[in-house]
Design a protein around this ligand. Sequence first.
Ligand code: NAI
Length: 329
Amino acid sequence: MKVAVFSSKPYDNTYLTQANRERHELVFHEIALKPSSVPLAQGCTAVCCFVNDQLDAEVLNALAEQGVKLIALRCAGFNQVDLDTARALNITVARVPEYSPHAIAEHTLALILTLNRQLHRSHYRVRENDYSLNGLLGFDLYGKTVGVIGVGKIGRVFAHIMLSLGCRVVAYDPYPNEALQTEGVEYIALEELWPRADIISLHCPLTTDNYHLINAEALTKMKPGVMLINTGRGGLIDTKAVITGLKSRQVGYLGLDVYEEEGDLFFEDHSSQLLQDDVFARLLTFPNVVITGHQAFFTQEALTAISETTLENIDGFEQGDLTRLHKVE
Ligand code: NAI
């Protein structure tokens, strides 16, 4: 099958080519999928896309006109796809439901430790021959309460990590997991989680119901100085409300791997350009904010698994074998 791979970086080319083992014709495009790049999918039965490719009604209609029948997402989240339109156009959407929950959970811990022990600041101090400790005071994670919102594959691994550090783990998920409860995770309502957690970490998908879950009202209910971590999806946080919270010190620390307007920024080198996003620019001024550019998934193990499952999805679609296709329903 001929597949147009969009938003493709050198590492995508390497891992997908390796997983393909010359089964399909993969045509790599560094450009993101958007209305102007749709013609690059001419003659392809499938497009392979990532988190910030545009898959709204306009693009899906244009793809369908060109004969595209499969969207093979090389990510877990599918909030960027207009599923109703895809269904109406009879375009199958497949994703990679699981690749390495450890990659994201471990990156979440990295953000927590960096913020708490101020590694982002101490690294530069030492390089400046400055070994003073003023302003670098951290706290023991041991005994602290961590609130996990969304305890699926990633949230579960993250909860285990935090339990192993001696934290109390409280969680909110509409579908509590009994096994986790016996392991020490306490499921509570969101209203109870806000005031109890010292650290809140988001691991749920972005849906129409939880857009701006962390908003001005929720922030007022949290512990003063709370640490917020988002490796889920940018839209889960009302960034302007969090900036207000950072200014008043209601939010003590903010760790982000995702940002609601990341589509125009992340995965590209903009170092020779001027930053146009004033909200993002304001975030960058806070010493207690650490941002990574959607890199939580970025491990060798995850890239291998993502590529293998993506090719498996393409095989499954081509052969009409639904057992090999991780279809988004
Ligand atoms: P999953 O589907 O295994 O788990 C999601 C959990 O969230 C489920 O237990 C579900 O019941 C729960 N949930 C759904 N709506 C909720 C709500 N409104 N409030 C609380 N919980 C809710 O998904 P997985 O694999 O754990 O991934 C979670 C999210 O992490 C993905 O949807 C994606 O957005 C994000 N992600 C981020 C990556 C990164 O590189 N930063 C990489 C991979 C995923």
